[in-house]
Design a protein around this ligand. Structure first.
Ligand code: HEC
Length: 161
């Protein structure tokens, strides 16, 4: 009796883990965007510490295209505004920084936030072996990552976010 019970439990844990792995491998693939980067200043191979494109209108356009192709299916159309998306609304990321009045402290906060954005996008998010977001390090170059962040920031406001 006890034997059977523990076997059943072991088997169902195994099945559960397998279905998680299958679900993850079926959907969490990093899809490379096809981009026209003309007009976007080249940044080279060495990663910068912060976003050099902030406020650049061409970066907003390139970033929008990259976001639509690679991020929207999880994070929502137009950077979260569609609602109901399975992944976090990325416009919220620098919300705390935006609330800081002191410009020096605010700049330091934004620099930290840029580092977090870059690191998270490159590494992806895996929680107890389940891929929540695939890594983008082999798919996006730094121009794309900063352009996407610039696009997301251009969509802040309006709806009170
Ligand atoms: C397959 C779905 C999926 C795709 C595609 C995807 N993400 Fe994510 N992303 C997630 C999930 C889910 C999380 C939350 C993971 C967690 O916290 O465990 C996340 C988290 C993040 C975070 C951290 C958010 C926070 O609040 O800490 C950033 C930044 C991010 N994604 C950026 C991007 C960018 C940029 C793209 C496109 C290049 C992208 N993601 C594509 C699913 C995805």
């Amino acid at each position: 009796m006890n034997m059977n019970l523990s076997l059943i439990i072991r088997n169902s844990i195994g099945l559960f883990a397998m279905s998680l792995a299958l679900a993850a491998s079926a959907t969490e693939v990093a899809v490379a965007p096809v981009l026209d980067r003309s007009g976007l200043p080249s940044l080279g191979e060495t990663w910068l510490n912060g976003n050099p494109y902030r406020g650049n209108p061409r970066a907003v356009e390139v970033g929008q295209s990259a976001y639509k192709q690679s991020c929207a299916r999880c994070h929502g159309d137009d950077a979260g505004s569609a609602g109901g998306a399975p992944a976090p609304d990325l416009r919220q990321l620098n919300r705390y920084c935006r609330s800081i009045a002191n410009p020096v402290l605010q700049a330091a906060c934004m620099a930290d936030n840029d580092q977090y954005f870059k690191k998270t996008v490159l590494q992806g998010k895996t929680v107890v072996g389940v891929v929540h977001m695939p890594p983008w390090k082999d798919v996006l170059i730094q121009e794309d990552v900063w352009a996407i962040q610039t696009f997301i920031e251009s969509r802040i406001g309006g709806s009170g976010r």
